[in-house]
Design a protein around this ligand. Structure first.
Ligand code: TRP
Length: 332
């Protein structure tokens, strides 16, 4: 039976954190057996806002690959590759750019938010502004139909599907396929400070590679309920980061439900609660940390260079079909 193709990726701007784990990494480990899966280190997309600091991206490359493999993405089953080395992507991107208007890009909420967050003001680099188009190239080059991503990526997949439909109609082909997001139950993890999203740039995330001491320190600094001072005080569960993390990571949902009741009634202290979360996270992260420590640089390099070779073969084939559909195969 031919397996459908799944494709995802991350920008390499540092190590991956628990938000990535619960949002997409876990899904990828689950999906890799039922789909032909491609996992891309999106260095070119990272450069759209880090172009003046390419070293940071290059230095993060193997860190991200190490994160992938240590959570259980198996490089023999999934194809892990580097975006910048896939020769077909730039040409697909340029062809797709003709099919998207600037006002359509302006309406993408994800891009709007990022422009604000990154403080571009009126000086938005064209490369950054157009990254959703380049992401459509990533997806279609592999004929991916399943995209395990966070919910912030939904509007970008929608744009990708618009491009696919337009392209296929205009060039009278069916060589591009529409794709569908695969969302995990927790698609977005709050930061340890209670901010809407845990992220590297906000400095409020727990990294998969954090030491046990750092994890503990971060857990004990988590935002809980500022009015819950004595153990006997009635506590609030909504907006309480410790409970959000317990919901996301504790295996026993009944136990968490009971704890919530006790916390709200008064009689359960923050220290006890944070200790439980600390244990939960240490248990999750310990094997990941151990696996990470066993991975040698040469092995990681071999994995992505092999993966990139395999990925180029697939993307080249799609590009050939695209070139033919547009009629650019002058010398064939
Ligand atoms: N935009 C994604 C992120 O910031 C990374 C990415 C690039 C991606 N190309 C992709 C994700 C293709 C899914 C499919 O995390």
């Amino acid at each position: 039976m031919i397996k459908k193709i799944a494709l995802t990726g991350d920008r390499p701007t540092g190590c991956l954190h628990l938000g990535h784990y619960i949002g997409t990494l876990k899904s990828r480990v689950e999906l890799q057996n039922s789909y032909e899966q491609y996992v891309m280190v999106a260095d070119i997309q990272a450069l759209t806002d880090y172009y003046s600091n390419p070293k940071k991206i290059a230095d993060s490359l193997l860190e991200v690959v190490a994160d992938y493999i240590s959570v259980g993405i198996d490089p023999n089953i999934s194809t892990i590759f580097v975006q910048s080395q896939i020769k077909a992507l730039p040409l697909l991107n340029v062809l797709f750019m003709n099919m998207v208007t600037t006002s359509r890009l302006e309406r993408i909420p994800t891009v709007k938010n990022e422009i604000l967050q990154k403080g571009f003001g009126d000086s938005i680099p064209v490369g950054f502004f157009g990254y959703p188009i380049s992401q459509a190239a990533d997806i279609t080059a592999f004929k991916a139909q399943i995209i395990p991503v966070g919910d912030d990526q939904l509007p970008i997949i929608e744009l990708c599907n618009e491009i696919v439909r337009r392209f296929n109609r205009i060039y009278n082909t069916n060589c591009l396929l529409e794709a569908e997001a695969y969302l995990s139950k927790t698609t977005r993890l709050v930061g340890i400070d209670g901010q809407a999203k845990a992220s590297k740039s906000l400095g409020n995330a727990i990294f998969l590679s954090d030491t046990p001491e750092v994890v503990k320190e971060k857990v004990f600094s988590m935002y809980t309920d500022p009015d819950h001072i004595k153990v006997s005080d009635l506590g609030k569960v909504e907006g309480n980061v410790v409970f959000v993390y317990l919901d996301a990571f504790h295996e026993n949902k009944e136990e968490v439900a009971e704890l919530k009741v006790r916390y709200q009634k008064g009689g359960l202290g923050d220290v006890a609660l944070k200790s439980l979360l600390n244990n939960t996270l240490q248990n999750l992260l310990e094997p990941i940390r151990e696996k990470r420590a066993s991975l040698k640089k040469d092995f990681l390099m071999d994995c992505i260079s092999d993966g990139t070779k395999r990925a180029n073969i697939v993307a080249d084939k799609t590009l050939e079909e695209v070139v033919e559909a547009v009629g650019l195969n002058y010398f064939a």
